[in-house]
Design a protein around this ligand. Structure first.
Ligand SMILES: [Zn+2]
Length: 574
């Protein structure tokens, strides 16, 4: 009884305070710069409130509520948009993509749709016919597991370079695997890099050779650098000015791509100091139209003197934050670089690779801890995940005074059952990619076998049941940066051929939306700023043609981005 009375009294007093605050507010601020009304507004707040209208002042949300109540904020200078029933939600956050790579991917040869090796060779031949003598031909996106027919002469499914070398005798060719964890080179490129059957595998990498020791053209993981080093030397012959222009062009293209797909924040999964200088320059000249959360990709030796100098939080009205470091513990599953606890089902002599010495990872992690940086480690295989969780755990245990670190595992793709609860226990975020599941599905069981795939492959549901925060992303340019395709994959786990990959692990619609909004904000310590549509938060808003909370699955793929709004500014209109 007493409690009830107290409750009533509390509600009453909160009510009175609210009335006072609201009257005061309406006296002070009654003008909105932008009003969206007549919409279905998914706020993603803690009560999952739905609303009809939203008012924005400057770059901040000042009101969320009904069509009627929003009217008082409209005057002659307010930009008013009738949403006509369309859906607004917090701007999408892609929590793992590669900014420069996303822009560059639009220029270089895209081999993602090539149906087989002959088509890859054909596309290269076309590029050669337009290229200057000796110019490098760069491509990306091929995947031997997705080809039909498979190359007749092959080593572990990879073709020999001969056809490619014939198609491009004078131009070095370097084609990145869809996973980004292997390259294919032609004879010209291999000659430039002095690759012979005697060339040893570098640490953390493999030059694929046939049974007689002939390199077939594929360079996995760290072996890539044997070829890419030659390409970089060629690039360095370009003037610094040209290189800078090129990089800015890629970044601008990536930003425009993001805006057209409703993305307002991108977590850039690996930027060098050089990249960061360019990005900061672009922030200073207001060229960053979306917000960037940067993970530094440098080794310990470079980091130890400079990490502090690069730290920046909320720079240029929350457009640039640098407070994370990217690490790699292993490779990718497609190229059998993912580090596994027991061997690959389809290659019993292999268990993947540890690509960065653990001592280096520990040194970088310690440095990050001392300098208030977050660690984001790429880990795909179950062993890669276990070892990185062990390293995190050890550091956390030794530093109990450091709280709320939110260190991340990027991909967290294949987990041993035992490690699933450890994410929540350690406060580690799983930065996953819904669409990797459906695009990798054709080869996951081959690599892992059914048992391991069922329990631990893209185990979102199991992680959520263990109260893990999952943020979602695309790893673009590995996948298209489109959040809607990704959300479709996340809520259906349906592959291109319509089959479902362990659907019991799929997310609900709301979970998927959260993984793309508030969880992404949390994964960057920005949940007070963005990730939901609430008063006082940044007005980063994406408007969609349909309500992705309750349309049939397949309509998610036909849903269009109508507006992308960043900080109250409409930066994309369909
Ligand atoms: Zn990545």
């Amino acid at each position: 009884m007493k409690n009830k009375f107290l409750k009533f009294f509390n509600t009453l007093s909160i009510g009175i305070i609210l009335v006072i605050v609201l009257t005061n507010c309406s006296k002070e601020v009654n003008h909105a710069d932008l009003v969206l009304y007549n919409g279905t507004i998914i706020t993603v707040d803690s009560n999952n409130t739905m609303a009809e209208a939203i008012a924005v002042s400057g770059d901040t949300i000042m009101f969320i509520g009904s069509n009627n109540s929003v009217k008082k904020f409209i005057d002659d200078s307010t930009k008013v948009i009738d949403l006509k029933g369309q859906t607004a939600l917090p701007g999408f956050i892609d929590s793992h993509a590669h900014l420069t790579g996303t822009g560059k991917a639009q220029i270089i040869l895209n081999l993602q749709e090539a149906k087989n090796w002959d088509e890859v060779v054909y596309l290269v031949a076309q590029a050669v016919s337009k290229a200057k003598f000796g110019e490098w031909i760069i491509g990306r996106g091929w995947h031997q597991e997705k080809w039909n027919p498979k190359p007749s002469k092959n080593v572990r499914g990879f073709p020999y370079h001969y056809k490619l070398s014939q198609a491009s005798p004078n131009n070095p060719v370097m084609l990145s695997h869809a996973s980004g964890h292997a390259v294919f080179a032609n004879e010209k490129a291999m000659k430039m890099a002095n690759i012979t059957s005697d060339t040893p595998n570098p640490r953390g990498g493999e030059i694929i050779k046939d049974s007689s020791g002939i390199p077939i053209g594929v360079f996995m993981e760290e072996a890539e650098t044997l070829i890419s080093k030659k390409y970089r030397e060629y690039q360095l012959k370009k003037s610094a000015e040209d290189l800078l222009k090129e990089k800015k062009k890629y970044i601008t293209m990536a930003i425009n791509e993001c805006l057209s797909k409703g993305i307002t924040t991108l977590h850039d999964a690996g930027a060098t100091f050089n990249d960061l200088k360019v990005i900061k320059e672009m922030a200073d000249s207001n060229q960053l139209k979306i917000r960037l959360y940067e993970m530094i990709l440098e080794d310990y030796n470079s980091l130890k003197d400079s990490i502090r100098a690069y730290q920046t939080v909320g720079y240029k009205n929350n457009h640039l934050t640098v407070r994370a470091v990217k690490l790699y513990i292993d490779g990718a599953l497609g190229s059998r670089g993912a580090w596994l606890l027991s061997p690959y089902k389809d290659a019993p002599d292999q268990s993947g690779l540890n690509v960065t010495p653990l001592s280096e990872i520990k040194n970088v992690a310690k440095l990050a801890l001392e300098n208030d940086f977050q660690i984001c480690t790429h880990a795909i295989g179950d062993k890669g995940n276990r070892v990185i969780l062990n390293i995190y755990e050890d550091i956390f245990n030794k530093n109990p005074d450091k709280k709320d670190l939110r260190w991340r595992v990027e991909h967290a793709q294949h987990l041993s059952k035992k490690d699933i609860p450890r994410f929540n226990k350690l406060g580690v975020i799983a930065a996953m990619q819904g669409i990797h599941c459906t695009s990798d599905a054709p080869f996951v069981e081959k690599r892992l076998g059914k048992g391991r795939a069922k329990i631990g492959a893209y185990a979102w549901r199991s992680l959520i049941e263990n109260r893990t925060t999952i943020c979602n992303g695309t790893d673009s340019p590995v996948e298209d940066i489109d959040p809607l395709q990704n959300i479709y994959a996340t809520v259906t786990r349906k592959t291109k051929d319509g089959s479902q990959f362990y659907p019991e692990q799929k997310m609900t619609r709301l979970e998927a939306i959260k993984s793309y909004t508030i969880n992404g904000a949390y994964a960057a310590f920005e949940e007070q700023l963005k990730g939901t549509l609430e008063i006082g938060k940044l007005a980063d808003i994406t408007v969609l043609s349909k309500n992705i909370l309750d349309i049939p699955d397949k309509e998610i793929l036909n849903t269009k981005v109508i507006y992308t709004i960043v900080g109250g500014k409409i930066l994309f209109i369909k």
